[in-house]
Design a protein around this ligand. Structure first.
Ligand code: 13P
Ligand code: SF4
Length: 302
């Protein structure tokens, strides 16, 4: 164990803190985390841990969500500039216009969104629970923000609903092309193709399995197959290899890396713990409204 890791462990004890990490952060952060998971798991576990301080190793919307669900706790984010670009890819004006046109619409907000967008939404979802939650909604009209690809994937499973899409996207997943996947399959014909639903519909169509990061890890771990083409961010490879040391994992291209998730380092985890910096503070006027759709997600996602 490095000296820096020892110092982080010591500070964590002294400050009664817990470290939560998303599967996309660097391996050395996953190694020191108390809990590692997908976006749904992280928001749920944040409500269950007893510690007073949560260090959320991920992008800013994850820290905001933890704070919205636990307003009495201190939530620290190691790098305040680690921001998911998709989180801003929807507009309040457009939400209002869609609501005017379809008074019965449910605004379904992917958790990869700002607190401001959540404050204008009826329910949040993650890639792990979107299908279940949208299916449970009484509304026929669904305005799905910000991610078009996840929205289209959910819509394809729920033909009874009328979806209105928004043009947000994840640049990492949208950059995995059908050709990339077909080339990887040609090189590895026995490999199963595992796809995150933030990928484009033509890539989703090629998937032997389509699901969240935790779903992909679970599928590969339980499968009798030994080879997999992974169509999501490369951070998942750490858990995939830990759980399946004898299986083989390939990426579809060499660019499956989220530079924002990779901003989290041992150094900035240590800094925020030591100096109590990067405390998540939410705007007074939106915090109640923004926590409502997240709480509803936890209820409907059970
Ligand atoms: P999940 O962990 O919910 O699959 O989400 C992927 C993601 O892009 C998080 O930013
Ligand atoms: Fe955002 Fe994509 Fe990075 Fe996830 S992988 S944080 S959706 S940019």
């Amino acid at each position: 164990m490095s000296l820096l890791v020892k110092k982080i462990q010591k500070l964590k004890e002294e400050k009664n803190a817990v470290i939560l990490a998303h599967y996309y952060v660097n391996d050395e952060i996953q190694e020191i985390a108390d809990y590692i998971g997908d976006s749904y798991y992280l928001s749920k576990i944040a409500t269950e841990v007893p510690q007073e301080t949560i260090v959320l190793c991920g992008v800013t919307f994850m820290g905001e969500s933890a704070k919205l669900l636990n307003p009495q706790k201190t939530v620290l984010i190691p790098d305040a500039a680690a921001h998911c670009p998709m989180a801003d890819m929807a507009g309040i004006d457009k939400i209002d216009a869609v609501k005017n046109e379809h008074p019965d619409v449910a605004v379904v907000c992917y958790i990869n969104s700002t607190a401001e967008l959540k404050a204008h939404s009826d329910v949040c979802v993650t890639s792990a629970n979107a299908l279940k939650i949208v299916k449970a909604l009484p509304n026929k009209n669904i305005y799905f923000i910000p991610d078009e690809n996840l929205g289209r994937f959910v819509a394809s499973q729920l033909p009874g609903k009328n979806f209105i899409f928004n043009d947000g996207f994840c640049h990492v997943h949208a950059d995995i092309s059908k050709e990339d996947v077909l080339n990887a399959k040609e090189l590895n014909p026995n490999a199963k193709i595992l796809v995150h639903p933030e990928c484009t519909p033509d890539v989703v169509k090629l998937g032997d399995y389509v699901g969240s990061t935790s779903g992909i890890i679970q599928y590969a771990t339980e499968s009798s197959c030994n080879e997999f083409i992974i169509c999501t961010e490369i951070g998942v490879l750490y858990q995939l290899k830990q759980k399946n040391p004898h299986k083989h994992f390939y990426t579809a291209n060499s660019r499956q890396c989220c530079s924002d998730m990779k901003k989290i380092s041992l150094e900035n985890v240590y800094d925020v713990l030591k100096n109590n910096t990067n405390i998540v503070v939410l705007k007074e006027d939106i915090k109640n409204k923004a926590s409502f759709p997240l709480k509803r997600m936890l209820e409907l996602g059970e």
